[in-house]
Design a protein around this ligand. Structure first.
Ligand code: IVH
Length: 699
């Protein structure tokens, strides 16, 4: 969706808009922080362009529409070939119009396109002399840039030495991955600095900083390879004749990182339709990428087409940026709420001045824990950069420190549990009410009764509230001691509802161990982890007898999680005993308990042993991801039940698609996971095909 252009009403407003845009652009290219987020900047520039179209005689010389953006930064190293910017399109229609305009200009259709993500970082030129990285230059004003060679050695993907002793210039984008950004801000604030607002600013600031007491890593992705004056002539000729896709292959062969190493590799496409399909795929994968992209760059792939199309002073005519909606906006942090979850964890949540990002109004963002707030130096009233992509819960990237007015207030941390007033255990990063699961009993019981846990029919949230308020249940096990009389005494509980609930509770006692474990809500474990634990140990007794080292034999449990699971089980011991006494099943049907040999084996071998357990099913040896809405015979199955089905049929269920995935079951509305499977060439089945594969295992 294209956000509307800013409306400019008169010449004064136009002059002001140009001034604002020039300032923002200068800040953007010099690594400072702009008061405008990308979306607002684009809107402003489109407003300026619209006004200029209506008043061509009044165009100001420094308008951002007519020159190489970033002209404000001084630089003293001339570029051998200008580092141009890109024109933008925002919709399939605009893109198709662009392809038509290129075709008109060159007198034929573009033979082939190359399509790659538009990385959200800074352009850089890396000069290699006889294979050694000798100089790094920023884009600057496009004709000359700043020497930032001091950053050599801190940029992953830009090797100090190429695989061959050639003299070439590699162009590409320097950025920070999400993890690098978090790390950079942690180090920076620990050294008393202000946090960077987003990964792009962090990369810009880090690249230009000369004398820092610390180094923070960044990442490079190459998207251009060109000769330098000293390049050997046959190589220079070859480079000039290579298609863009060949140049990228060459860059990889030389040891340079490119998008080929990512989930969204550059590809070639023969038609505009194919390009648009790829645009959709990349857009669908965006939220999952470990680095920011703000669009897709489409280039005429062949050198001959590029040459025929030529370049303007600002941008080439043979390439275009297909911009994706902004995922970042600046808004204000109004308040921090502290909510108690079902395990007693007290989690902060940011209340924001409502802001629209990609069509949704965002009012809340996650804040992980109190230490996270301190580390990011967040204050009430701060302008904050909010990030929201896909279905992921919005997060605050950082405060925009230079917009502080001095009136921001520190964020008060709770001194007692905001729910029950008990003390807080703040010994770990995530704070917890000392009453643990009993603090928010309604939440923990509702969760336990839920469809993917014990699936207790007739025990919805309202009924749980009723039972807790009547003092009939103080923990999960009390549910199984409820009598007919007690239930009949409750309001709106007739004979039928009572008998149905009692029957449901009796049935619940037969649920497999995996679901009991999940219902207990052991911190750090979810549905699939509970199933893996149950399959590995087969009985609750085996699990309770296990030490941290043994628990680590379960796939996905590492040195950090294992001791916390042991501690949780110890905390839950009285409840588990009570559940056993109430007659709740504590075994996993079909699972065989581990042997002594398993516990000595390393994790890989143990994982194999777990895989072997279900050997013989139609999905044996397969890793299966389910996505989208199920239909046909699978229609009523929740995602959890689908995963259980996969595992019953001998497969391994997973929630993310990777090269290791064997099969993706894609139902209606499947989005990014289907796209990723397609791009990786992973087999895709629709719900009906899959139902036929596992027909014998459907209950
Ligand atoms: S090609 C002459 N490819 O986007 C062609 N640029 O808005 C110039 N960018 O200055 C660049 N990813 O910093 C190209 N795959 C990609 C890119 C990319 C990000 C940046 C680059 C450029 C800016 C233009």
């Amino acid at each position: 969706m294209t956000t509307p252009a800013a409306v400019i009403v008169d010449a004064a407003a136009y002059a002001q808009a140009v001034e604002d845009a020039v300032k923002a652009s200068a800040a953007y290219y010099s690594g400072g922080t702009s008061v405008l987020d990308d979306d607002s900047y684009d809107r402003l520039v489109r407003g300026i362009a619209a006004w200029e179209a209506a008043h061509p005689d009044e165009v100001l010389p420094d308008s951002p529409t007519g020159k190489v953006a970033g002209g404000a930064v001084e630089g003293d190293v001339p570029h051998t070939v200008a580092m141009l910017s890109l024109d933008n399109v925002f919709s399939p229609e605009e893109f198709t119009a662009w392809t038509a305009s290129v075709a008109r200009r060159i007198g034929r259709d573009v033979a082939r396109f190359s399509v790659e993500p538009k990385l959200d970082g800074l352009a850089i030129a890396a000069r290699y002399t006889r294979g050694r990285l000798s100089q790094l230059i920023t884009r600057g004003d496009g004709t000359a840039g700043e020497d930032v060679s001091h950053a050599i050695g801190t940029i992953e993907g830009l090797p100090g030495e190429l695989a061959e002793p050639v003299t070439v210039e590699v162009r590409g984008e320097v950025l920070m991955t999400t993890a690098q950004f978090e790390h950079a801000n942690e180090i920076r604030t620990a050294h008393g600095g202000q946090p960077f607002a987003n990964p792009r600013n962090a990369a810009a600031g880090t690249l230009r900083a000369k004398e820092r007491a610390y180094t923070v890593p960044m990442t490079f992705f190459g998207y251009g390879l060109l000769p330098l004056p000293d390049t050997e002539s046959t190589l220079a000729t070859r480079l000039a004749e290579f298609a863009h896709s060949d140049l990228m292959g060459q860059a990889v062969a030389l040891g340079v990182n490119t998008t080929a190493s990512t989930a969204v590799p550059g590809i070639t496409a023969d038609t505009a339709e194919e390009v648009l399909t790829r645009v959709k795929e990349i857009a669908a994968l965006r939220a999952e990428l470990p680095f920011g992209i703000d669009g897709i760059v489409v280039k005429a792939d062949l050198a001959a087409d590029q040459e025929a199309a030529g370049s303007g002073s600002r941008a080439p005519r043979w390439a275009i940026a297909y911009k994706l909606p902004a995922v970042e906006k600046i808004t204000r942090l109004l308040e921090v709420e502290w909510n108690v979850g079902r395990t007693g964890i007290i989690a902060p949540r940011a209340v924001l001045e409502p802001v629209e990002i990609d069509g949704s109004t965002i009012t809340y963002a996650t804040l992980h824990n109190p230490a996270d707030i301190t580390r990011r130096d967040l204050r009430l009233g701060d302008h904050v950069m909010v990030h929201r992509a896909g279905d992921v819960i919005p997060r605050i990237e950082a405060p925009v420190a230079h917009l502080r007015t001095g009136e921001e207030q520190p964020i008060a941390f709770p001194e007692v549990c905001p729910r029950c007033g008990a003390d807080i255990d703040s010994s770990e990063q995530r704070w917890r009410c000392v009453n643990g699961r009993n603090c928010h009993l309604v939440a923990s019981l509702s969760y336990a009764a839920g469809r993917d846990q014990l699936d207790i029919e007739g025990l919805g949230h309202t009924r749980v509230v009723q039972l807790v308020e009547a003092g009939l249940v103080t923990d999960l096990a009390d549910l199984f001691a409820l009598t007919r009389e007690q239930l009949l005494d409750l309001e709106r509980m007739g004979e039928t509802s009572t008998d149905n609930l009692l029957a449901a509770l009796a049935k619940t006692k037969e649920q497999p161990l995996s679901r009991v474990l999940c219902a207990l809500g052991i911190r750090g474990t979810g549905r699939s982890m509970s199933r893996r634990i149950a399959r590995y140990f087969a009985t609750m007794d085996n699990l309770r007898a296990a030490d941290a080292e043994t628990i680590q034999q379960v796939e996905g449990i590492g040195t950090e999680k294992a001791p916390s699971i042991v501690a949780e089980l110890a905390e839950l011991a009285p409840l588990i005993d009570k559940l056993v006494a109430a007659g709740v099943n504590m075994t996993e049907p079909g699972a065989t308990p581990p042997t002594a040999a398993d516990s000595e084996a390393d994790t890989d071998a143990a994982a194999d042993a777990q895989g072997a357990e279900a050997e013989g099913g139609p999905l044996a040896g397969m890793t299966v991801v389910v996505t989208g809405a199920m239909t046909g015979p699978l229609e009523t199955l929740s995602r959890n039940q689908m995963n259980e089905l996969v595992e019953r049929a001998g497969g391994r269920s997973s929630s993310s698609v990777s090269k290791k995935t064997t099969l993706v079951v894609a139902g209606e509305g499947a989005g990014s996971k289907r796209a990723k499977a397609e791009s990786l060439g992973v087999r895709i089945a629709d719900p009906d095909e899959f139902a036929a594969m596992v027909a014998d295992y459907l209950n």
